[in-house]
Design a protein around this ligand. Structure first.
Ligand code: SAM
Length: 253
């Protein structure tokens, strides 16, 4: 693999057998327990109705939001993920939920909205490898939100990885399947390799850009969002030196 990872690499990474194993990695039941009602409470408190699940993967949140009665649209840039999300939605009784291939940097043609909320979960922004692509993605989300709309993004606490204080251990709220073993390695100054081991023999690797909390916060505000709140491991009061994940919550004015 060349050293120059780009924001298009996810298309190769999720064009492999990893997609077929994603549901095993996620562990839908365990993940539901781990997240609790955090995201559903946010949507309810905001009074949202139309939701865009912008990195749907295999459809875990799209199904959860449909179960809760929301009007969901699901998109993802990887065609293999979208195929699996459609199958999961249909199997759970939601064959009519719109589920399309769309890259965040060019979203409006496929999912023009307007949406009351855009959620982008599962540490997905780690797949963006330049400030330009980060800004373009945030601009797209801003564009498809209605005024007052809610934006919700999660990210690993890469500050701890970069500062050498992360356990790099197994506490992964989004990949909690029974057989899943997930580890992180700082493999370059701006690169963290995530290795997924499933069962005894299957090993998959993806490259991520370790966006710091300060960088994501600045980019979200720079895109025009206001009222940014950050939660750590789903808590409003948290110690940034010990949490594994951040959730960023902001609004379009
Ligand atoms: N949200 C799902 C979950 O939590 O299970 C999937 C998370 S997976 C780590 C990241 C997802 O982001 C993948 O499905 C990938 O295809 C998608 N993705 C990465 N870069 C993207 C881009 N530029 N546009 C659209 N989707 C992208």
């Amino acid at each position: 693999m060349s050293n120059a990872v780009t924001s298009d690499q996810y298309l190769d990474e999720y064009g492999t057998g990893l997609v077929g194993r994603w549901d095993d990695l996620v562990g839908w039941e365990a993940r539901s327990k781990s997240e609790g009602a955090f995201f559903l409470d946010l949507l309810r408190e905001h009074g949202a109705r139309r939701i865009l699940d912008a990195a749907t993967g295999t459809g875990f949140h799209a199904v959860a939001f449909a179960d809760a009665g929301y009007d969901v649209t699901a998109v993802d840039g990887a065609p293999e993920m979208v195929a699996r999300a459609r199958a999961n939605l249909a199997a759970r009784g939601y064959p009519g939920v719109a589920c399309e291939v769309a890259d965040w940097r060019d979203l409006a043609a496929t999912a023009p909205g307007p949406f009351d909320a855009v959620v982008c979960l599962g540490n997905s922004f780690g797949h963006l490898f330049s400030e330009a692509d980060l800004a373009a993605s945030l601009r797209s989300f801003y564009e498809v939100l209605s005024p007052g709309g809610l934006f919700v993004l999660d990210s690993r606490n890469y500050d701890r990885v970069l500062d050498g204080t992360a356990s790099c251990g197994n506490r992964n709220y989004c990949c909690v399947g029974n057989d899943a073993d997930v580890s992180l390695e700082l493999s370059g100054p701006e690169r963290v390799t995530i290795t997924y081991k499933i069962g005894c023999s299957d090993v998959y690797r993806i490259e991520t850009h370790p966006w710091r909390r300060a960088e994501l916060s600045a980019a979200i505000s720079g895109a025009g969002f206001r009222g940014l709140e950050v939660h750590g491991d789903f808590q409003a009061d948290f110690d940034p030196a010990s949490v594994e994940f951040f959730v960023y919550i902001a609004r379009k004015p």
